[in-house]
Design a protein around this ligand. Structure first.
Ligand code: FE2
Length: 537
């Protein structure tokens, strides 16, 4: 836990005064502003901005800026989250058009809400579309690092290129986050976080390179808060958030492994489990640059799914694959609470038309958005493998119940809709299984003559251990729509998009156990406009 020294604080203060010399006509002078929002941090206190800054939920006229005041980020006293006490705290903010914060175009006060662990979700509007902005927060004699945000291009803007990354599954105990650092070095316009941003459990069975510091499974609001705080103290993750806007959804480990809706893999009473889910969702909101009001949690209910358009080039539907799920097929003690393998004979329930991954309201929202999109490319960003993956079991095939194979009726409805409404260049990006995959999504996976209607790329994990390679690789001949599978490497995916062409680079770190790990490209794939399906680049 960094407890920054007084000399560091003095250095930072000197920097702020030095940088505040010019271009301040549109806002109150910073010295006045700082006095107006002064807060006595005291010399014994740590940096209130120890958890860094983040931007996200971008729109053509604005974005959300985030920070959370936490002078003692891992405070174990639940009454003083992050070492804070008392009521809401007013802090200052500044937004500039340059990285040196000389041309400040917006500034004022923001509220760090006691009810949300003194986090700030500043919803900024009225900015110009399609450009970067830089920002920082101030409080008394303290200032945050400078972050970079960006507005989305105007809805009718013609873009000729766009770079973005997607990531998932960063287990702090399994490795360092060098992959986040290397992604920041590629300067993407935004990063899609597809889930398992934190891990709630503590590793007891496999080697670890660093420990979840409280040593307990996150299950309550204070323990979820501390987990997020520990992850946000990681310098590579903190840098990525400061430099690149985030579009974020979740998977299971933000709450509990393999949960589905209100159903826990441990058969907890659903009403009790919803209390845990409420704590987990609240901590998620407190640490992410999500829109206030829209995404503020109400008990165990929280809106995460959202849509983002980048001019006419691409529209992104960001999906929540956990909150609204039917429970796992053939759910039952002692071993079938979470992911398990089932054949059609052992579990006909898996195939039921009533089963849903997305919930019917979100499904209708997605179908409507796809049908009305005018974008050249349409991306569905979500948590788990969408393609069918058959595993031989005797004379039969078995399917995992935790990914889209557990909800095939929902998948069929979506792929039929994409086909019927002729959605332009549909591409799905996924996480969860700690493996790279490049897949054709077919209207009917069991029919070799069935058309390919979309393309899927699955990113590996940032650091979480992958599943055993051999048993899954052995199944490739039974899954001819899967063009590539690799579970032994950690990293991320970087996408370079043009109107006629999508290039997908699977990037791997040399060793996730090494904080200074290097980076290389494992494989590169492509999708050509007008032709769904994976192409070798
Ligand atoms: Fe994961």
């Amino acid at each position: 836990m960094p407890n920054r020294s007084i000399s560091n604080r003095l250095t930072r203060r000197g920097f702020i005064h030095g940088a505040a010399g010019a271009g301040l006509t549109l806002v109150a002078a910073p010295a006045l502003l700082r006095r107006a929002v002064a807060h006595n941090w005291g010399t014994a206190c740590g940096d209130p901005f120890s958890l860094g800054v983040a931007s996200g939920a971008s729109r053509p006229d604005g974005f959300v800026l985030w920070t959370r005041l936490a002078p003692e980020p891992l405070s174990s006293d639940p009454r003083t989250p992050g070492g804070m006490s008392g009521g809401d705290v007013t802090i200052g903010y500044e937004i500039a058009t340059d990285s040196a914060m000389r041309n400040i175009v917006r500034g004022g006060k923001a509220t760090a809400e006691r009810a949300y662990a003194y986090s700030v979700h500043l919803d900024v509007t009225g900015l110009r579309p399609g450009r970067p902005y830089w920002y920082r927060f101030t409080s008394g004699d303290a200032a945050s690092r400078i972050g970079r945000a960006a507005t989305l291009p105007a809805r009718d803007a013609a873009l000729d290129k766009l770079r973005f990354g997607f990531v998932s599954c960063s287990n702090y105990e399994h490795g360092y986050f060098a992959a986040y650092r290397h992604l920041a070095d590629e300067h993407p316009e935004f990063v899609l976080y597809l889930g398992d941003y934190i891990y709630e459990y503590v590793e007891h069975n496999r080697p670890v390179v660093r420990r979840h510091s409280d040593g307990v499974e996150s299950a309550t609001l204070p323990t979820y808060r501390n987990r997020y705080a520990q992850y946000r103290l990681d310098p590579d993750l903190q840098r990525l958030h400061a430099e690149v806007p985030a579009l974020i959804t979740w998977d299971d480990h933000e709450v509990q492994n393999d949960y589905a809706g209100k159903y826990s893999e441990y058969f907890t009473d659903p009403e009790l489990f919803l209390m845990r889910r409420a704590a987990a969702y609240r901590a998620f909101y407190e640490h992410m640059p999500l829109r206030p009001i829209v995404s503020q949690p109400h008990g165990p209910i929280m809106r995460v799914y959202d849509r983002f358009g980048f001019g006419g080039l691409i529209e992104i539907s960001l999906i929540d694959g956990r909150q609204y799920r039917s429970r796992e097929a053939c759910y039952g003690p002692p071993y079938k609470g979470g992911a398990h393998l089932e054949t059609d004979k052992s579990c006909p329930e898996r195939l039921a038309a009533s089963r849903t991954m997305m919930g019917f309201a979100q499904e209708a929202w997605l179908h409507s958005g796809l049908a009305h999109s005018n974008a050249q490319w349409n991306l569905i960003a979500q948590d788990v493998l969408m393609a069918q993956y058959r595993l031989r079991q005797g004379d039969d095939f078995a399917f995992s119940t935790d990914d889209w194979d557990g909800y095939p009726a929902n998948r069929t409805r979506l792929l039929r809709h994409i086909h019927k409404t002729r959605v332009a260049n549909p591409v799905v990006v996924s996480g969860d299984i700690h493996s790279f995959l490049a897949n054709d999504l077919k209207l009917d996976f069991d029919d070799p003559t069935s058309p390919v209607v979309a393309t899927e790329f699955v990113g590996t994990s940032i650091s979480s251990y992958g599943p055993p390679y051999r048993p899954l690789a052995r199944a490739l001949p039974d899954n001819p729509h899967v063009h590539f599978f690799e579970s032994r490497r950690r990293g991320y995916v970087c996408v370079d998009l043009q109107p006629a062409h999508m290039q997908v680079r699977m990037r791997v770190v040399s060793d996730a156990r090494d904080p200074n790990a290097g980076i290389s490209t494992l494989r590169t794939f492509a999708v050509e406009s007008g032709r769904p399906g994976v192409v070798a680049a």
